[in-house]
Design a protein. Sequence first.
Length: 345
Amino acid sequence: MSEIMEKDNLMNNVQPENAYLSIRSYVIDAQKHVYSAVNAAMVTAYWNIGKAVYEVCGENDRAAYGKQVLKYISERLTAEFGKGFSVQGLRNMRQFYLAFPDRSKVREELSWSHYRLLMCVGDEDARMFYAEESVKAGWSVRQLQRQINTMFYHRILSSKDKESVAAEIQTSVPKPEYEKIIKDPYVLEFLDLPQNEHFYESELEQALIDHLQKFLLELGRGFSFVARQKHFNFDGRHFYIDLVFYNYILKCFVPIDLKTDDLAHQDVGQMQMYVNYYTREMMNEGDNPPIGILLCADKSDTLVRYTLPEDNTQIYAAKYMPYMPTEEELKRELNLGDFEKIEGE
């Protein structure tokens, strides 16, 4: 009798639990829809307010007339609707409109906090790039801030084909070309590795695995983790690839080899073997040829160029920086004079 009662109690407990979980999911979905709707309405309202403020104040909102107008509007709105309409708040909305004068390019998927960061990006091409990537990759506000701080846009432009990349960034759907996704350098400050101290490749690998989510963010859109220390052998000789990813945008495998010293030509040859192995043994139907990334402490571009064939499209060497570099350091690393020339043409 007691066993029957226990089963009855169990059934009674399961049914309410299932009902609770179903109801909970409905509530969460509703909250998400409400948040999205409220956020979209807020972004739209702030853009319209910014446009109205610009039109009434003119080019200089800090001139005597502009100050008086902003003060008057702020006091009236605050009295009727409460906080959120300070003079500085209205200036921020005006700046929002000036940064995104084309209403069709304002993405309602992004929050006002996203736009507060985007408004601080002076270069229009970079600003629009960050906005599009934030939507496509689902970047949080903190993730967007990190990508701006580490000059993600300019590191994308550091590929071999700068002119093509600069033009491609203007389109809404980038073509799946390898040069447009490989950055140089990669900034790995989230690993908290010691500066100017030697550490082993296994330590670097373990740190990347421990911070896999942040490493995926640094790699860019479309990457998913496949394997660590991927093993294969030829004629009794064993080989291990440090990390393997798959990029679902490029539709290809991406083996990554880690080097904590300067890159040597033997390292490039080894990666060529890894890429050949994945090309001949691991590609699935519909896959594109794999690309290999040599992530190293330092490299000679001349050595890489002369080690690889002239028509190489599958192997790339990139430096990693284990700390957050200053803006000047990044500019020197990326040779931004080249980019400024391209953007000015």
